[in-house]
Design a protein around this ligand. Sequence first.
Ligand code: PEP
Ligand code: MG
Length: 755
Amino acid sequence: MLKSLRRLVEEMEATSDFSTALSTLVKRVREALETESCAIFLLDFHREFYLLAASEGYADDYLQGLKIKADQGLIGLIGAHEKVLNLDDAPNHPQYFTVPESGEEIYQAFLGVPIMYDRRLLGVLMVEQQEARRYAEEEEAFLVTVASQLSSYFARQETTEIIAEQIQVGSEDDTVLLGIPSGSGVGIGQAVVVYPLANITAVPDKETSDIDAEIEDLKVALELTRDEIKELNERMSAKLPASERDLFIAYLRLLDSNSLEKEIIDDIKKGQWAQGALKNVIQLRTRQFESMDDAYLRECAADIRGLGQRVLAHLQRQEVEELTYPDNTILIGEELSAADLARVPQEKLMGIASGKGSSNSHVAILARALGIPAVNGVDNLPCAQLEDKELIIDGYYGHVYVTPTTALRQDFMILAEEERQLDESLQQLHDLPAETTDGYSVKLMVNTGLDADAGIALAAGSAGVGLFRSEIPFMARQTFPSEEEQRIIYKQMLAAFAPSPVLMRTLDVGGDKALPYFPINESNPFLGWRGIRISLDRPDIFLTQIRAMLLANVEYENLQILLPMISGLQELLEAKALIKQALDEVSEGKNINMKMPKIGVMIEVPSSVYQARLLAREADFLSVGSNDLTQYILAVDRNNAKVSGIYDAYHPAVLHALHQTVRSGHLEGKPVGICGELAGDPNVTLLLLAMGFDSLSTNASNLPRIKWVVRRFSMRKAREVLREVMKYSDPADIRTHLEATLERAGLGGLIRAGR
Ligand code: PEP
Ligand code: MG
């Protein structure tokens, strides 16, 4: 049975067509169990019905779009209890239900198992037989194993397929895709799909209407790849011995082998676009090699994948140039980067949705900085089917509506208008101080990083920049910016806000922030080479940046330097020494006596919370980066949609860490700010005030909302709320309590915005 299981999984994986794969599955399960029928039901998108996806051993008509209610029959029972059901006499079960003339009436024995993925029910797999008998334990175990082996396969395909169907049929119902709210607001527009560059596994299947053009593109890409490899081989011949260049020879041999090209072209001729056909063939070949016994041959799988990536890069370069952005662009992609966002003219970008990422990914933070509605982590986002479709992005609830009905579009247009009015009314707070009703004030500052948002930030009436993410200008380039280029960027920022302070964070790359020209390959990037660690290991990069900041500051003297990812005192001392070195160099070059700017430490790592007092003694101020701090305290990747449910900055452990940091900083007489996303959440403003934060820094569009909360309450009330909330152990209770506090004060409208 184990053998048949392995064969079955391999066979399915090798089939690119979803329904054929499922038909194969039911056939093989029926054979392996020597039973008379087998069927798979999948839950529909709204989880209201089970749809028959494939079956063997029933009347043919049974196959035609059978749909049963989610609570109906034995299938419904299995789904409701998420448990195996093994019956020798199914028709006598009180919940037995069958479709007349389905051919099912003859069966007595029934075995059904739930198909689960990630705690989520996807469907039910069942077998039946005429003979009244209980399926044996090993048969039950086999079916359970099939279901669990295949659950991840279903998870990758299920929603995509069902949604694809709905879109093609032009369903009257609104199709909604669920993701993680990542940038509040509503965006209505036309989908533009960004396909990932050279990531062969992420290429979606897509039908083409121009087979000849796809074949031509493929041939060009193959030719370019051949030339590229030949050139690489020649260039390397002086540097590498022939044995080390075997890979190039192997690539060339593969490319020249007629069969690879022919197989891809055959797939294109079936209607697949060139990129998808390339992916299918490369995946098939790599799987064949991966399953070989010989270790050397298994290694060849990686070579084939590498070759596929190269060909794909050429195919995609032809695509990239063709992207055009309509006036109401909704940017979508399996994985969007800051550079993808930056490529769209700002006035045309109405929203974004991506398959990967969460509300704390940097692309989400960027979207918020630009005031763009965003939904990340949309499971199985069917990119190819969405191309050019009208979409509504509901960034409050994390919903993406596909080809909305007129009624729905109108509802959202009203909502967008209400939002605009709320923003307008909040502008009246522009010149008023951020002060509680009993006279405590807090500095409200803005987070920035894009040149484009400097204007919005200024308009929001802030007390300066609490976080300038200096890596963002680095990301939009093809090489490291020179000292002079950096000086110009920094000077613009300092000039725009002078005399208010601008807290410039030194380069914070690594983790999920990659520079295309500075690749870092690590298996555990969030715990790896990032932030200050890179700066200290590469003083050339760090000193250039600091010199550029200092030079930019000569005229304005409002620069403060913020150090990211500090995990211990030694790092701070080393960074300070380098900053002093840069200061001496610049002073000498300019022949002036420059003052050392204030230096702050970002508190983003648990070790720095415990050492906050020590760090505060050596620094001029502290600033909590609550995004990373939450990630590291809770050990949950801020970028992983799968665990986003447990990434929760309302967790009492995170709140305690914030409070402790403020106390430690104040014991040393140093100001403490917060610049993570929590600072922009109106729900927690009272807590942050009560903890004693001296400044809150958030994106410009959140700032008026935060000011509104500050001005509505007294510090006495804030302290009372903090005391209450700290009694809870469950983050959900904390959220409920905070939301209720705002509701009671008539600020319920802010809750949605704070999501
Ligand atoms: C943070 O971690 O909270 C922070 C402000 O930095 P970033 O989000 O850029 O990592
Ligand atoms: Mg951080």
